[in-house]
Design a protein around this ligand. Structure first.
Ligand SMILES: Nc1ncnc2c1ncn2[C@@H]1O[C@H](COP(=O)(O)OP(=O)(O)OP(=O)(O)O)[C@@H](O)[C@H]1O
Ligand SMILES: [Mg+2]
Length: 256
């Protein structure tokens, strides 16, 4: 009897990806020949100056935007457009105000063929995972910004995607809530084993969360850089290796 190899889940391959926009009738190159393989279950952070193309890259990976050239493969297959194997979390959670926390998290599961009962049970599980079990029946207006963002994360996880794409998910939160949420994201990734691609402005957040950091250059003729963060989790922000990575990134950005 032969055993089929376990299917790879959540591997993303980016090949020769390019994208330009048009500004004042002239082409504005944003991404130029990006090549990268993101391993199944890996956590990749994307950093870079404002306008370096982070959101553009994430939107192409999500299938919300078309590239001009190159391709994106998921588990070895080229994709175009959005797909059920990917979920996106934006800076604002975009909850439906007339639905409770639980209903917001369960929303959309029925269109994916999940029964009502199963949807409710699953929503409950993810609401619990983000620590909001006592707010199941609350409405979005009754939540703080951090809580609302946690509902957004629970909703994205409830569809059980292979790949989670996040664009500055903690960008609107205050510093203390943000650190709490970063710890929570670390725990969620350990439990869920989902490939994660996170755009962030926050270099420390990238070092805290990511296995590797992709740095998009400001000048389009420069190549992107990749930095490996090989530190045990949960990470200690004051550990010498952590501080060394932060200095390395600050130097790369010319801020040190
Ligand atoms: N729909 C669009 N039409 C035209 N130009 C666009 C469009 N979206 C983005 N751009 C341009 O592409 C470049 C990259 O934008 P993008 O939003 O990807 O940057 P970013 O790295 O996410 O920046 P930020 O850190 O400020 O969010 C910018 O110069 C922007 O003006
Ligand atoms: Mg952006």
């Amino acid at each position: 009897m032969s055993l089929a190899p376990a299917a790879i889940r959540g591997e993303v391959t980016i090949r020769h990806l390019s994208k330009s926009y048009t500004l004042d009738g002239r082409p504005l190159p944003v991404l130029d020949n990006i090549n990268l393989k993101i391993r199944s279950g890996e956590s990749l952070a994307i950093v870079g100056a404002s306008g370096s193309g982070k959101t553009t890259l994430l939107r192409i990976l999500a299938g919300l935007e078309d590239a001009d050239g190159g391709e994106v493969l998921i588990d070895g297959k080229a994709v175009s457009g959005v797909g059920a194997e990917r979920a996106v979390i934006f800076q604002e959670p975009r909850l439906l105000p007339w639905l409770t926390v639980l209903e917001n998290v369960a929303f959309g599961l029925d269109t994916r063929g999940v029964s009502r009962e199963e949807a409710k049970a699953r929503a409950r599980r993810y609401v619990q995972l983000v620590g909001l079990q006592s707010f199941e029946n609350a409405y979005p207006r009754q939540l703080s910004g951090g809580m609302a963002q946690r509902v957004g994360i629970a909703r994205a996880l409830a569809v059980q995607p292979e790949i989670l794409l996040l664009d500055e998910p903690l960008g609107a939160l205050d510093a203390m809530t943000k650190i709490g949420m970063q710890q929570e994201l670390t725990r969620i990734w350990r439990d869920e084993d989902v490939t994660t691609i996170l755009v962030t402005h926050d270099l420390e957040e990238a070092i805290y969360l990511a296995d590797r950091i992709l740095i998009l250059p400001r000048e389009k003729n420069a190549a992107p850089r990749l930095i490996e963060i090989d530190l045990p989790r949960p990470r200690d922000r004051s550990a010498p290796e952590f501080v060394r990575h932060r200095e390395e990134l600050l130097t790369l950005f010319g801020l040190h």
